[in-house]
Design a protein around this ligand. Sequence first.
Ligand SMILES: NC(=O)c1ccc[n+]([C@@H]2O[C@H](COP(=O)([O-])OP(=O)(O)OC[C@H]3O[C@@H](n4cnc5c(N)ncnc54)[C@H](O)[C@@H]3O)[C@@H](O)[C@H]2O)c1
Length: 267
Amino acid sequence: MQDLNSVFGLEGKVAVVTGGASGIGESVAEVLAQAGASVVVGDLNAEGAEATAKRLRESGAEAVAGGVDIANREEVNALVGLAESEFGGLDVLCNVAGMPHDGTLEELNDSDFDRVVSVNIRGTLYGCQAAIPLMAARGGGSIINVSSGAIDLPVAGFGLYSLTKAAVAQMTHTLAQEVGDRGIRVNALAPGATITNFTKRRLKQPDGSINSEDFDQFIGSMESMSPIGRVGESVDQAWLVLYLASEASRFCTGQIWRANGGATTGR
Ligand SMILES: NC(=O)c1ccc[n+]([C@@H]2O[C@H](COP(=O)([O-])OP(=O)(O)OC[C@H]3O[C@@H](n4cnc5c(N)ncnc54)[C@H](O)[C@@H]3O)[C@@H](O)[C@H]2O)c1
């Protein structure tokens, strides 16, 4: 019988996680470290990335942090390079960092377009490009990109974000075809509504606080989209990432994975 700890575990593996200061990326960094990986935590919020890495070290894991704007190729190369310089190579890349954009396509301006495309599309591509040679040198690896449930359920006023996440899904399909011969698997999450700063941003009042009634109403509307009446927590995405990072998913590549409470199944 297979030892499930070695099939689902990441002992001896090295992972890079972007967006690791908050939300899904923070949870991914924690779960991968818990499973035995050494983790490089990257984020635009360098202090937040260091706080996550410090917590991982305090729990007994190996972790370092780096500030990174994923829209900058050199900064992404430097972050991914930490996997090799600090831990000797790279096995898992989780491209979690991303940014929202609120506004209609009709009113979209060039500077918002350029920034969101640069972060969500270029940033994801830069991560993949930096990771491929390092993974190939180890005989393979697993890349996990983060798309969005927004690719399944178009929402008015969320078009730019959705189109960048559709690009991430397509990038994932194509890259899986291109790098499979080097043992590299490429998958993406399409998370459904998951409670993080990202989803809470629209509820924030000018002083940064959130009215509890607004919050409850918001959660209720998210829950009502799910046949099991649930809204996601970051760790629901992180546990799926663990599967995709581990040997348990060795037959899976080029796919979009939907931890979304079934929100897209009824349409
Ligand atoms: N929360 C959801 O419901 C949901 C649903 C679908 C997809 N997603 C995607 O999940 C990912 C994580 O989002 P989250 O919900 O955890 O939000 P979050 O705001 O809690 O975390 C996002 C993190 O990314 C970092 N970041 C933003 N721009 C960056 C940049 N240019 N370079 C480096 N780091 C940057 C932020 O500083 C932050 O720490 C995003 O790609 C988002 O699009 C989230």
